[in-house]
Design a protein around this ligand. Structure first.
Ligand code: ZN
Ligand code: ZN
Length: 281
């Protein structure tokens, strides 16, 4: 018996940028004593995806096939993916939830297209996962991984960060998502411009939106593997503890070996920050 949370709702398969198949992820979840698994491959659609300046860098990224420029073309593949997960879950006799990790791009028409797309899919939940900086009309996007190739001016980067948190707020207020993933993901990419003690007007607005819209927040152990700290950091966890916000532990597993990783440390962090309200579907 595990004495930590017995599920993850944030995991990837080879359908997006994960390295293991649906069946391998499910079998491993069973092996480590999970009682259920949420598979949430990326759903990333922006109309200018292949025109944005950043695309030439993203193409060389191993995960380039996860990026798309319209919802209609990819619907059949996503429908097959949902069916496949349901079928394998049945064969493996294991509770599996179907979700997607969605990058939120609120340019005119995007949200309506997302809603239409989701209405044609057999999904259990959605969570956000924003990996792009956007201009003020959300027309041009820059993958955070490559932000340093485009923005070196600190004042400009500051504006991108402010807009990013405002995007997260809008994302929560759209009521399309069950939980918000890696709220302070910007930490990994913005060098000294982003500091945990900054951007509190913006972060408080996101946290207030979570509370008001009853949307949960993940604590991600992926941060431990990438920046040696959780997403969210300790200051954000303190701010969460002062609000009525539910949290869940996620591993953002891209490999079987990452399932359930460091959940004991995350349990301890929640305890240390006095966070008791937990999210479960
Ligand atoms: Zn993500
Ligand atoms: Zn993810």
């Amino acid at each position: 018996m595990r004495n930590t949370q017995t599920f993850s709702y944030h995991s990837h398969t080879t359908f997006s940028d994960g390295r293991n198949s649906i069946r391998e992820m499910i079998r491993h979840a069973k092996e480590i004593g999970f009682t259920e698994l949420g598979i949430s491959d990326h759903l990333i659609v922006h109309k200018n995806m292949f025109q944005c300046e950043c695309w030439k860098y993203m193409q060389s990224d191993r995960a380039s096939h996860v990026y798309n420029n319209n919802f209609k073309d990819i619907l059949p593949a996503f429908q097959r993916h949902c069916e496949e997960i349901r079928k394998i879950a049945k064969e493996e006799n294991f509770k599996v939830l179907v979700g997607y990790e969605v990058d939120f791009f609120p340019y005119d028409g995007w949200l309506e297209e997302l809603k239409e797309f989701i209405s044609n899919l057999d999904v259990d939940y959605l969570h956000s996962g924003n990996h792009f900086f956007c201009d003020d009309k959300y027309e041009n996007i820059i993958n955070m991984t490559f932000i340093k190739n485009f923005v070196t001016d600190k004042t400009l980067l500051n504006e991108y960060i402010i807009r990013h948190f405002d995007t997260l707020r809008q994302c929560v207020e759209s009521k399309m998502f069950d939980f918000l993933a890696h709220i302070d993901y910007v930490r990994r990419y913005c060098g000294e411009v982003y500091q945990p003690n900054l951007y509190w007007d913006e972060k408080n607005a996101v946290l207030n939106a979570l509370e008001q819209n009853n949307v949960a927040l993940e604590i991600s152990t992926k941060g431990l593997r990438r920046i040696n700290d959780f997403y969210p950091d300790a200051l954000l966890l303190d701010a969460v503890s002062e609000r009525n916000i539910a949290m869940l532990i996620n591993d953002d597993a891209h490999y079987t070996s990452e399932l359930g990783a460091d959940f004991d440390k995350a349990e301890q962090a929640l305890k240390d920050h006095g966070i008791t309200k937990r999210f479960k579907i």
